[in-house]
Ligand binder design. Sequence first.
Ligand code: SIN
Length: 480
Amino acid sequence: MSELARDAYIDGRWEPGSRRFVVRDPYDDALIAEVTDSDDAVVDAAIDAAARAFRTWRTRPGAERGKLLGQLATCMLADERRLGELCVRENGKALKEAIAEVRYAASFFTWFAGEAERAYGEVIPASNPGQRLVVTREPVGPCALITPWNFPYAMLTRKIGAALAAGCTVVAKPAELTPLGALAIAELAHAVGIPPGVINVVPSAHAKQVGARLLASPAIRKLSFTGSTAVGRQLLEAAAHDIKRVSLELGGNAPFVVLGDADVSAAVAGAVVAKFRNGGQSCVAANRFIVEASVQDAFIAGLLPAVARLVLGRGSDPGVDLGPLVDDASVAKVKRLVDDAIAKGARVLHGTSPTRASGPGARLVAPVVLADITPAMALWREEIFGPVIAIRTAADEADALAQANDTEYGLVAYVFTRDGARQTRFIEGLETGMVGVNDGLVSTAQAPFGGIKHSGLGREGSRHGLDDYTQLKYAAIRVS
Ligand code: SIN
């Protein structure tokens, strides 16, 4: 990554700002970069640039906008190794996962490159023969995008892709822990000729202030946020004043249900993906394993060797599956949840509660498997965001469904069963926006990603992803 890419990116230029913050490697705390800590002046300049660029970007044909997005995807893929290594350094994840993330992230640009040409309107048959009723879709305007550290590329490209395809411009505020991925994307966007002001990036260690500044500006017409439910709620309140459009991709507490007739080896393979992708640091990570009593022994017998095979280590080392957790607070949270569960009677089938270590590798957390989970344990209600499998027994199908829905969250659920009727009953009965049926990974650019209940508002990816960045305009045209 070039020296330039450590500054904020505004109006096609690198802006050093007046203060900096440091980014460190979560494996050993090595200093990676000193980055612009965007203050109000920097954020205001970014908003102005996005507002100016919107006037012309919105008028460019969708095909032209799509072409640039397609070029951006090509550049990302051509540079996947370098981008992957950068992601390992700032986020800690295993290199193979980082490269998979670059591909996943680029797929949003590819997808929305196509969707840019398909922002269809409609003509409504009028009951009055003298009228024509025409509906068009217009871009909502400059957007504020606030993204998390767990997928520094993909969570941003999912938003930028849809926004730019729709004709919106953006001011992006990446997570304090991982701003470098967003700046690398800005660098590539610059190189492919995305016009100045269309993408602006304002890194900051003062997330609250930047969020407040963005939402206070009448020029910003939409917020898209991925992160915790608590922060999402505050941003939603702040956006209400100005009646801004809001998309929220918030916390999850995903149930992973294994019914008695499941293909156990498929369930084990699905569990490893659904739990250990990104070390469990994902809002779609399986949080609560609900296993029908009749299959529990077989599931555990398959699961334990699969968990034991996972290699923990520095993300850049060959063969590593799980890198460090991103920061001390994440390690402390996992420890608190595991200790609480054990104190309340959970049986440890694999691993131990994380120890408080120091020095390089201190944030490596080995997988833990717990059984005899009850709703009294904190991890039944809270997102673990770490490599812990927590198993609760279900008496039967109805009990499994009731347990799965016993949460205020509603992002994703996984269910393993060979029975088609049971699959349908779960798809219809689960209170979530997404369901993986015999599948531990639902995320893909072609599908609508998003949740219900406390998991959020709106959908990202798919043709529906464009809706969140467009508004309908209806014209009644008198023809006689
Ligand atoms: C997330 O963890 O926020 C989303 C991950 C994904 O897109 O699969």
